[in-house]
Design a protein around this ligand. Sequence first.
Ligand SMILES: [Zn+2]
Length: 364
Amino acid sequence: MNDPFSDSYATARTRFTAEAARSGASMRRYVNPDARGVDGEALVIDTASFGSIDAARGLLIVSGTHGPEGYAGSAAQLVLLRSQAFSARDTGIRVVLVHALNPYGFSHTTRSTENNVDLNRNFIDFSTGPPRANPAYAALHPAICPEDWSDASLADAAALQRRWIEQHGFDAWIGAINAGQYEIPTGFGYGGGAPEWSNRTLKKIVARELPAVEKLGFVDWHTGLGDYGAPLFLCFNERGGAEWEQACRWWGRERIETFGGFDGAARPAYSGLVFHGVQAMVASARVTGAVIEFGTGPIEEIFDWHRRDRWIRFGVSPDDEGLRARFRAGVKDAMCPPDPAWRSSVAYHAEEIQAAALDGVARW
Ligand SMILES: [Zn+2]
């Protein structure tokens, strides 16, 4: 009962809304009109807000941008709700929790949305087109996304990848697969051709829940990258700028200025992050924040699960339901290990990190 981790999107939703209601939150629900969950359930982004709507300082905490990473993000939000950080004192801060930003991916245990869009690459200005072409991804696509999951095709894929890395280097490979691509809709890291429903809904939420915000703290919970069970901060504020320094004060310089997470490779030049979207939504406000990951395994293993996740949706071998089911369960465990030690570490760090953010925004 005290374990903040749920075993399905539907359960996570129920627990989040129950705890938020108990905490006296002002709550709203946003139902996805175009998709249903794995058991036919409605797909909903729930929000829970605390504090005066006129507050100039705000804290926005998002879970489930990448579907199965929502298990840990939802647990982090539940930990925060249970800590009663809001009801104990009037913080003068508008706190907004967004639960399951990508409910389709959460329910179906898949990274991307109902349109295979990686939501964390979707927040670009579509009126001016994609930020840049990613020909390196296009060249690597057959290696990353083999159509059939057989020994022969995997060997071909591995050979292509090896040749490509020999030619272009490991940094370029990390960049090619992670930066985002806007050309292959069934591929990995596809940023979409228009703002997704989740993107448009977040815009509505921010306008409605944070209308007066001038200083905004932002946390987007993820899993996968970093050391097992430990938080890895990806701060996208300008390095060395005032907001970057703010993040260092809140969470510790050594965490913000880390170069970890990519096996020694340079950090990819991401486009279309939720962080960028939020900055644009509150254009006149200052935003300090980070994607915060909890490491789950070696980067190459996690990436292999991303490939299997994509194969489940678009690969061939339609008769192999058993393989699909095994892969689906594997994706879940890869992004949210069942290990109690991992889960208690996530809960412990999440509580501390969110309390530090709340405290930091209060002093800002
Ligand atoms: Zn993620």
